[in-house]
Design a protein around this ligand. Structure first.
Ligand code: DMJ
Length: 456
């Protein structure tokens, strides 16, 4: 089924928005997001590995040809360093590792080099935004005290380690190791990492902590850096398990109805709200269970299962059976969005991602059932003639479509669905880690470098 869904999403993108960043499935035209500046083809690059894994050979071939002929980074564009890294660098790296086609390696390294000026700050903590022609960076105007964002500068590690590995140039890995160094020098309030860090002073901005937006994938990348290093990156491991400990103590709570959730922390006060983005943490806790210190393996699996259950409830308690952007545990509600501007669903993957991890780790059939419910809801409410669209209010009985087919729907949502219903030996966890945009990267073994040296 996810293969048919991918075909529908891809065919319509191809028909109406080929070469542009994303598709508007209702108005049947291209959608350009300023996250990628003038860089084009986000959907193509994000979808490459999904096409490959689903064995859509013709489509993969035409996508590759587009990359060869048209993917151009010599443009005057101000881009989001984080978004371009996770979608474009990540997408190209995975396409290279899966297919072995040199063009993807070349383009990934070329793009990585374009991102390097972002690190020209007094601390080496990169800017959020970068003009890839002039090399001038700056931060989001809305970010506390001119800060860079934890989830943005903390979500470069996996890709940059691979860029060094593939290019033989250590500079990429050095940049991300320095980020760790800066973080490790700082005092952490209650052991927590605030979402904002000023790249000039090296000091935290507002003491807001989140495992959802602005924080999320920083934690994910600590764990995955350790896994991707074949469990040699002890520093990443230590930082991850210490962070989880602080998160459990200060952010994880249980509702009176028995649902475990992860709240947001604002200078010591809890906001009892959980974002759709936060739902990825179920899968993360599950994935990290194996290495958990002090016999805590079972506990981390249990935590993953609890978060999966809560996030499933957030879907189940809507009319469309698709989860809202954020849901609350206060004012008499549990796992329900109360504010109009938090009721939308934009084809996000995190809940299905957690089902996929928990399925692989436990083989409890409920995860496939829940995934199937999501498929049915997507088909009923999001599928339109011209592709798949997000929904403005999942509590309404009538769809109001937002008219965007997000590129992560093809890279993540559909890939995780496909994996949820595949055998465990398709991209097995022993060999691959997924970047935060679901692009698989191989685990690097200690002797990998030597092996390649020997082959030359
Ligand atoms: C994706 O780009 C990535 O999963 C990112 O980590 C968070 N936001 C979207 C999907 O919701």
């Amino acid at each position: 089924v996810s293969l048919q869904m991918m075909k529908h999403a891809w065919d319509n993108y191809k028909r109406y928005a080929w070469g542009l960043n994303e598709l508007k499935p209702i108005s049947k035209q291209g959608h350009s997001s300023n996250l990628f500046g003038n860089i084009q083809g986000a959907t193509i690059v994000d979808a490459l590995d999904t096409l490959y894994i689903m064995e859509m050979k013709e489509e993969f071939k035409e996508a590759k040809e587009w990359v060869e002929k048209n993917l151009d980074f010599n443009v005057n564009a101000e881009i989001s360093v984080f978004e371009v890294n996770i979608r474009f660098v990540g997408g190209l790296l995975s396409a290279y590792y899966l297919s072995g086609e040199e063009v993807f390696r070349k383009k990934a390294v070329e793009l990585g080099e374009k991102l390097l000026p972002a690190f020209n700050t007094p601390t080496g903590i990169p800017w959020a935004l970068l003009n890839i022609k002039s090399g001038i960076g700056r931060n989001w105007p809305w970010a506390s005290g001119g800060s860079s964002i934890l989830a943005e500068f903390g979500t470069l590690h996996l890709e940059f380690v691979h860029l060094s590995h593939l290019s033989g140039n250590p500079v990429f890995a050095e940049k991300v190791m320095n980020i760790r160094k800066v973080l490790n020098r700082l005092d952490k309030p209650e052991g927590l990492y605030p979402n904002y860090l000023n790249p000039s002073s090296g000091q935290w901005g507002q003491h807001h902590v989140s495992i959802g937006g602005l924080g999320d994938s920083f934690y994910e990348y600590l764990l995955k850096a350790w896994l991707m290093s074949d469990k040699t990156d002890e520093e990443g491991k230590k930082m991850y398990y210490e962070a989880v400990q602080a998160i459990e103590t200060h952010l994880i709570r249980k509702s009176s109805g028995g649902l475990t959730y992860i709240a947001e922390w604002k200078g010591g006060l809890l906001e009892h709200k959980m974002g759709h983005l936060t739902c990825f943490a179920g899968g993360m806790f599950g994935l990290g269970a194996d290495g958990a210190p002090n016999d805590k393996t079972g506990h981390h699996i249990e935590l993953g299962a609890e978060i999966a259950r809560t996030c499933h409830e957030s879907y189940d308690r809507t009319s469309m059976k698709l989860g809202p952007e954020a849901f609350r545990f206060d004012g008499g509600v549990e796992a329900i969005a109360t504010r109009q501007n938090e009721k939308y669903y934009i084809l996000r993957p995190e809940v299905i991602e957690t089902y996929m991890y928990m399925w692989r780790l436990t083989h409890d059939p409920k995860y496939r059932q829940w995934g199937w419910e999501a498929v049915e809801a997507l088909e009923k409410h999001c599928r339109v003639d011209g592709g798949y669209s997000g929904i403005r209010d999942v509590y309404n009985n009538h769809e109001s479509h937002d008219d965007v087919q997000q590129s992560f729907f093809l890279s993540e949502t559909l890939k995780y669905l496909y994996l949820l219903f595949s055998e465990d030996d398709l991209l097995p966890f022993e060999h691959w880690v997924f970047n935060t945009e679901a692009h698989p990267l191989p685990i690097l073994h200690k002797d990998d470098g030597n092996k390649e040296e020997n082959q030359k």
